[in-house]
Design a binder for this molecule. Structure first.
Ligand code: NAD
Ligand code: MG
Length: 393
């Protein structure tokens, strides 16, 4: 068996390090061709020493210089900048690309991998939220294979028929149920939400993740982005998708069929499971994750999301219904608001208000090409920045 040759975009992040953890368990199956990071040069240097990639890419010339010094004596080509990331995403020497950059910065490199017809293991949901139409057209054109790493979508993928070809109705699917943990503030008295801090928002009860997605989980914008992600991955209409709060995060999502059957994927909340599934698909490999102990599971609970507590979820449905480039506006405004919140410059409850203002301000346009998507992203950022001042206190 020839080894799969991997490029990992966003190797230094939470998904990137979990991917390398799985890869290190299977040196007979995987070879690392390129790793990209942004600013955490020390982490990338350590990864390069262990995994010996041919290429390592960082954000700028300063970081490239630091990486070069840290890796003196090792044969690795060090590159920097956004174009270099997109270049390694399309390398002839690789067949599989793990897309694990956070946010809009992941769009162009992920699309480069798609255009080059790679097996693309997708964690970077923001790329699909922003540019779903263009993205899926490119997948169809290039023959790229898209495998979801996001745990909910990976669970849905596993629960759909293996011959699923994009028609839920023809497959007898009545509905997709996406589970959500409800995040750290599911039970926090509403009056206390005004004063919650970035560290509290990032203290997720079940999953250990990067800070941006952790805040998204607290606001449930993450679930909103995932509804839009599911729309594109599974060709689902908004009405085909329902969000269910399931605080234990053991059921990672479900598919309900017309005959009453419900298929689901269960497991301990550890991203190495969906990562290993996507890496090895259609085979199965060890992921380092303990078996789910049903006897230890006291119970599984379910609730409807409260729209008053989680206004971001409603905003995401609004953007999905508006269609066109509006999800790109939503995503951009969310990135601006979350960054401000994480920097301590915006109160938690203002995140949703900033996004709502941006959606009110930016007119809906079609998203048939990348230029339109990028313009909507910019317009969303401008509108969100203008809204910040109104909502700082
Ligand atoms: P993270 O913040 O831990 O890591 C982000 C990675 O992206 C890092 O390697 C960083 O160097 C790189 N990066 C950041 N800004 C960049 C830029 N401007 N240019 C190039 N590279 C840049 O994030 P994460 O939690 O690993 O999440 C990564 C993606 O996976 C996100 O889209 C997130 O929504 C998705 N995801 C994450 C999880 C999880 O458990 N962490 C689960 C599902 C989906
Ligand atoms: Mg998820």
């Amino acid at each position: 068996m020839s080894r799969r040759r991997l490029v990992i975009l966003g190797a230094t992040g939470s998904i990137g390090t979990s991917t390398l953890d799985v890869v290190a368990r299977h040196p007979d199956r995987y070879e690392v061709v390129a790793l990209t990071g942004h600013s955490r040069v020390d982490v990338l240097a350590r990864q390069c020493r262990i995994h010996r990639p041919r290429y390592a890419v960082v954000g700028d010339a300063g970081a490239a210089h630091d990486l070069q010094s840290a890796l003196a004596g090792q044969t690795v080509e060090i590159l920097h900048g956004q174009e270099a990331i997109a270049r390694v995403a399309a390398l002839d020497e690789a067949d599989t690309v793990v897309a694990a950059i956070v946010g809009a910065a992941g769009l162009l490199p992920t699309l480069a991998a798609v255009r080059a017809g790679k097996r693309v293991l997708l964690a970077n949901k923001e790329a699909l939220v922003m540019a779903g139409q263009v993205f899926m057209q490119e997948v169809a054109r290039s023959g790229a294979i898209l495998l979801p790493i996001d745990s909910e979508h990976n669970a849905i993928f596993q629960s759909l028929p293996s011959r699923f070809e994009g028609d839920l109705g023809a497959s007898g699917v009545r509905r997709i149920l996406i589970t959500a943990s409800g995040g750290p503030f599911r039970c926090t008295p509403l009056v206390q939400l005004a004063a919650v801090t970035p560290d509290q928002a990032c203290a997720h009860p079940n999953w250990s993740m990067g800070r941006k997605i952790s805040v998204d989980s607290a606001t449930m914008m993450n679930k909103g982005l995932e509804v839009i992600e599911a729309r594109w991955l599974f060709n689902a209409a908004p009405a085909d998708i329902e969000v269910v709060i399931h605080p234990q995060s053991v059921i990672h999502s479900l598919v309900q069929y017309v005959d009453g059957s419900v298929m689901a994927e269960l497991g301990n909340p550890d991203m190495r499971t969906p990562i290993a599934h996507a890496l090895a698909y259609p085979e199965r490999i060890e992921a380092g994750v303990a078996s789910l102990d049903l006897f230890q599971l006291a119970r599984l609970d379910f609730e409807r999301p409260d729209p008053g507590r989680f206004p971001c979820l409603g905003l995401a449905y609004r953007a999905l219904e508006a269609g066109g480039a509006t999800p790109a506006v939503l995503n951009a405004a969310n990135e601006v608001a979350v960054e401000e919140f994480l920097a301590g410059r915006l109160p938690y409850l203002a995140i949703a208000r900033v996004i709502e203002d941006a959606l009110d301000t930016v007119a809906s346009v079609a998203a048939e090409n990348l230029d339109a998507v990028m313009a909507a992203d910019q317009a969303g950022r401008v509108a969100a920045r203008a809204a910040l001042e109104r909502h700082r206190t």
